[in-house]
Design a binder for this molecule. Structure first.
Ligand SMILES: NC(=O)c1ccc[n+]([C@@H]2O[C@H](COP(=O)([O-])OP(=O)(O)OC[C@H]3O[C@@H](n4cnc5c(N)ncnc54)[C@H](OP(=O)(O)O)[C@@H]3O)[C@@H](O)[C@H]2O)c1
Length: 312
């Protein structure tokens, strides 16, 4: 067969495409669309201090929710306080059905260093600070974000999970989430409670949490890959500049970012995306991933260039 000339990559629409309503998955007590928005990038550089362009940050948040995004990811320690304040200013009073998910167990010092804040009473304080800065009395879920995932789960981890369970019983949060965990942490937490969501690093170039994803898929737990476009910058370049990604993108009339996100949507039905961006143009592009469908050839090509880890 003669080779076809790749179709030109479409320019991102200036107005975000609506997220198809049918494409959703349970998150805690509700269901959310499979493409949400991660707000971390809205703070200043290194997630510290005020945004470079405050007005655009507010517009991005309003455009996301206006386009149908009903899952926002944040943390009090983004900024710190900066991202939650932007969300409140842009969106409060929050529309019914908007799931705001936060995370606890870290804080920033005055120089921006990320420090643990993960004693049970500090987790409680973290949840309360999120509620106050966001101006709400309940969050859809809060993730216990482990600082060190290499420490095996034990009594300390149990006490941390118990604190989130207590917050759920008191109605401060609707779901207990876990972040930066191993499969052993998930199984240990499940001995104590239902888990609403798991948020781990996962993208084409880093699939080291595949075992955690599989466990979540089998149990119907939402899996929320953070840094879905890759992190740090070098890893993102490896994905976005990969000839395999570029080739699939050209053939499917998509962009490299859309291919990276569509690969995740295609991988398992319980994957919920929260790509982050400071611009409405990238927001529109990321939301329009809902129209991109990988075919068998695309799956095979991406698997060849980004092979999953070999199972132990
Ligand atoms: N649980 C955790 O420990 C944890 C850790 C990290 C992040 N998170 C959460 O996960 C969310 C997503 O992760 P992330 O924001 O770090 O990484 P990401 O979504 O993988 O990538 C964000 C980066 O990609 C760029 N980008 C976004 N859309 C693009 C597009 N269409 N084309 C080209 N570049 C694009 C953004 O730049 P522009 O601003 O220029 O678009 C930004 O630099 C965060 O916002 C946060 O809510 C959680």
């Amino acid at each position: 067969m003669p080779e076809q000339t790749p179709a030109p990559v479409p320019a991102p629409a200036s107005v975000p495409a609506p997220v198809p309503a049918a494409d959703s998955y349970p998150l805690g007590r509700g269901r959310v669309h499979r493409i949400g928005y991660g707000a971390m990038q809205l703070a200043g550089d290194n997630v510290f201090g005020p945004p470079r362009d405050r007005d655009e940050a507010l517009r991005v948040l309003r455009a996301a929710v206006g386009a149908g995004v009903d899952h926002l990811d944040t943390a009090q320690y983004y900024g710190p306080g900066v991202v939650n304040e932007l969300i409140r200013e842009a969106l409060h009073p929050y529309p019914a059905g908007l799931a705001i998910v936060s995370k606890v167990a870290a804080r920033r010092d005055e120089h921006g260093a990320v420090l643990p804040f993960d004693e049970p009473h500090q987790l409680r304080q973290g949840i309360e600070e999120n509620l106050t800065s966001l101006g709400t009395d309940r969050l859809a879920a809060v993730n216990l974000r482990l600082v060190d995932r290499t420490a095996p789960p034990g009594p300390r981890f149990d006490a941390q999970v118990a604190e989130l369970v207590r917050a759920r019983e008191e109605g401060l949060i609707e779901g207990v989430g876990l972040s930066n965990i191993t499969r052993a942490h998930l199984l240990r937490a499940l001995e104590q409670t239902d888990v609403a969501c798991v948020q781990n690093l996962f993208n084409l170039a880093d699939q080291s949490s595949l075992d955690v994803l599989r466990e979540c898929t089998g149990r119907g737990i939402a899996f929320v890959p953070f840094c879905p476009l890759g992190w740090p910058r070098g890893v993102q370049n490896r994905i976005m500049s990969s000839p395999a990604v570029a080739g699939v993108a050209a053939r499917l009339q998509a962009t490299p970012a859309q291919v990276a996100l569509a690969w995740l949507l295609d991988l398992a039905p319980n994957i919920l995306l929260i790509p982050g961006t400071r611009t409405r143009a990238h927001l529109a592009e990321n939301l329009a991933t809902s129209t991109v469908r990988l075919d068998a050839a695309a799956r095979a090509e991406l698997a060849r260039h980004f092979p999953p880890p070999t199972e132990a």
